[in-house]
Write a protein that binds this ligand. Structure first.
Ligand code: CDP
Length: 227
């Protein structure tokens, strides 16, 4: 199958398995995978470490200027770095998860992340996942997918993922965090989470990787006339 140089945009609610699915697509078709949420998490970690966000999520306006000095980038294997420090484990904690949506609602933070995403996007053959990739970051992406899954499945996945990493969250805290983020992400003023009109819907509540792979292969063949 010869795949053209395209951008695949995957959006959806928290913990719908976007990143696992995006990685599957990237490895199957030889694309670069980019996790836009990691960048919002990176900004959140930065704001926490620099004490520019309070416990009650009040954001210090100095953050805008400080972003000029923030170097976030991905390693070739897709891990997020702040300068020369790999920050993957630190950005996936429940503490960062509980502050990331307020940070991601700030317009200058979105501009900062968008400029990084656009720089990577100009390289072509990219799979990117997030909340506004198909609607705002790359509205002309050649293939858009919107992912959903039931609340129970999403909470269980995120909980299992955190336990596997040695964290001990309560299931209620995980559920609360998913709901809060979904609410903030869908109701913010700038580029809220919504399904693009031309996005294909993928509900993976009852799907494993084999079914997901069959689904995307069918879609790629149909959409790009590939045999
Ligand atoms: O992995 P999970 O689905 O839980 O979230 P994520 O993709 O790591 O994104 C973390 C947060 O960043 C989201 O809850 C959004 O608040 C924000 N985000 C966004 O606003 N726009 C994006 N394109 C990606 C993430």
């Amino acid at each position: 199958m010869v795949i053209p140089d395209i951008i695949i945009a995957i959006d959806g609610y928290s913990s719908t398995g976007k990143s696992s699915f995006a990685k599957l697509v990237a490895s199957r078709f030889g694309f670069l995978y980019l996790d836009s949420g990691a960048l919002y998490r990176g900004v959140t970690l930065f704001a926490r470490e620099e004490r520019l966000i309070s416990r009650s999520n009040v954001i210090d306006p100095r953050l805008e200027k400080e972003l000029d000095n923030l170097d976030l980038h991905f390693s070739p294997d897709g891990r997020l770095y702040m300068g020369d420090r790999c920050i993957e484990p630190q950005i996936r904690t429940l503490e960062v998860s509980s502050q990331v949506s307020p940070i991601a609602a700030v317009p200058y933070v979105r501009n900062y992340v968008d400029s990084i995403l656009h720089a990577y996007g100009s390289k072509g053959r990219i799979v990117m996942d997030g909340r506004d990739i198909g609607t705002a970051v790359f509205p002309d992406a050649q293939l858009k997918i919107f992912m959903t899954a039931s609340d129970e499945v999403r909470a269980r996945r995120r909980y299992d993922e955190m336990v596997a990493k040695g964290e001990h969250p309560s299931l209620e805290d995980v559920v609360r965090n998913l709901r809060e983020r979904d609410y903030i992400d869908s109701h913010r003023e700038v580029n809220p989470l919504r399904r693009a009109e031309d996005a294909f819907l993928l509900d993976n509540s009852e799907m494993g990787f084999t079914e997901e792979l069959a689904w995307i292969q069918g879609l790629m063949q149909g959409k790009f006339n590939l045999l």
